[in-house]
Write a protein that binds this ligand. Structure first.
Ligand SMILES: NC(=O)c1ccc[n+]([C@@H]2O[C@H](COP(=O)([O-])OP(=O)(O)OC[C@H]3O[C@@H](n4cnc5c(N)ncnc54)[C@H](OP(=O)(O)O)[C@@H]3O)[C@@H](O)[C@H]2O)c1
Length: 323
């Protein structure tokens, strides 16, 4: 079968198409034939070497399709089930993938494999950020960076459905239109100047209760400056590079602020947490509160082009790789 592996850490040129045998599921594992795989910023961190990995490495942490075989002792799945994953994967840039059954969820009626492949990693991230890391309540002012992106567009819609006052940031007028259509009450062009003063203005000087910051290096200081007293900065990604260190006294001076750097892999650790998180996401999608926008699809063999688009800020919503 076709798989895309990173030969070593580096730029997109390290990605190569390889022909590998279809893997065989061991005890407690399933073989998923993929209809689509999701593209995620984390894939670029593994490719570039920002996150440590053993090479050669088949990238990919999100996908969906049909269970083709089950290993010994598998209880959650049968051959023919529609299923998807977004945590604890790896090896997703391939036509088929072997996964531990407790890292995979069944797809309910009404959720297509393409939607699941576009939504599971990004949407479970939105779920834990907005319900568990900092639970957003009606009336809360929230700031969401890269609001037209994969995680950002799901988060914005989810925040709006909870009754929050949602301020998004983005880097083009077209993306700003999309963010406004996707749950943001206001959108700031953070490429055109400091966003923190604009956040203050939009919140009558108070600042926001929480900032969800997946951009990292370029936004961290502005995010801290956008917070209300006792607000929380959730820095959860490095799209512009890893966020710099923060002195505890900076948090004190900012108004007794909180800072956390969470990952999905610590919020979805068991099959129960997986079913809860994915279940809440599917509910949001099925109720119409959250629409999953698939901004682009690339053939799996063109994964390098997809990485270029993602790192070049050319994508909106979710991007799929089609095996
Ligand atoms: N902690 C976790 O568990 C977890 C889980 C999933 C995702 N994440 C993080 O969430 C963030 C979003 O992930 P995603 O896959 O949904 O990606 P994405 O938001 O679709 O793409 C990243 C966006 O970041 C913005 N950006 C700002 N500065 C950038 C720069 N210098 N280079 C590239 N992009 C830049 C761009 O939007 P604009 O053009 O609008 O600025 C870009 O479209 C990433 O940082 C990812 O690592 C974290």
């Amino acid at each position: 079968m076709l798989a895309i592996q990173a030969r070593e850490a580096g730029g997109v040129e390290v990605l190569e198409a390889v022909d590998v045998p279809v893997p065989v599921p061991g005890p407690g594992q399933i073989l998923l034939r993929q209809e689509a795989a999701g593209l995620n910023f984390i894939d670029t961190y593994f490719r570039s070497g920002l996150y440590p990995a053993k090479f050669p490495l088949v990238l990919g942490q999100e996908g969906a399709g049909v269970v083709e075989a089950v290993g010994e002792g598998v209880t959650r799945f049968q051959v023919g089930d529609r299923a998807g994953y977004g945590v604890g994967g790896g090896g997703g840039y391939a036509q088929a993938v072997v996964l531990k059954e407790d890292k995979v969820v069944k797809l309910p009626d009404g959720i297509s494999a393409r939607t699941a492949a576009a939504a599971l990693l990004k949407g479970m991230t939105a779920e834990f950020l907005i319900r568990r890391c900092f639970p957003v309540a009606a009336g809360d002012a929230v700031l969401i960076h890269a609001a037209a992106g994969g995680v950002g567009s799901i988060l914005s819609q989810w925040a709006q459905s909870l009754g929050a006052f949602v301020i998004g940031t983005t880097s083009s007028d077209a993306k700003a239109q999309l963010a406004l259509a996707n749950g943001c009450d206001h959108v700031i062009r953070y490429d055109q100047g400091d966003f923190a003063p604009q956040v203050r203005e939009l919140t009558d000087g108070a600042g926001v209760r929480v900032v969800y910051d997946g951009v990292g290096k370029a936004t961290l200081e502005g995010s801290l400056s956008s917070l209300a007293r006792r607000g929380m900065l959730v820095t959860f990604g490095n799209a512009s590079g890893p966020a710099p260190a923060v002195e505890p006294l900076r948090l004190s001076r900012g108004g007794s602020l909180f800072l956390t750097r969470p990952t999905l892999f610590d919020y979805v650790t068991t099959a129960e947490e997986l079913d809860d998180s994915a279940g809440a996401l599917f509910e949001q999608i099925l109720s119409g509160a959250v629409k999953i926008e698939i901004g682009a699809e690339f053939a799996l063999k063109d994964a390098a082009k997809a990485h270029e688009a993602l790192e070049g800020r050319k994508t909106t919503g979710s991007t799929l790789l089609i095996p």
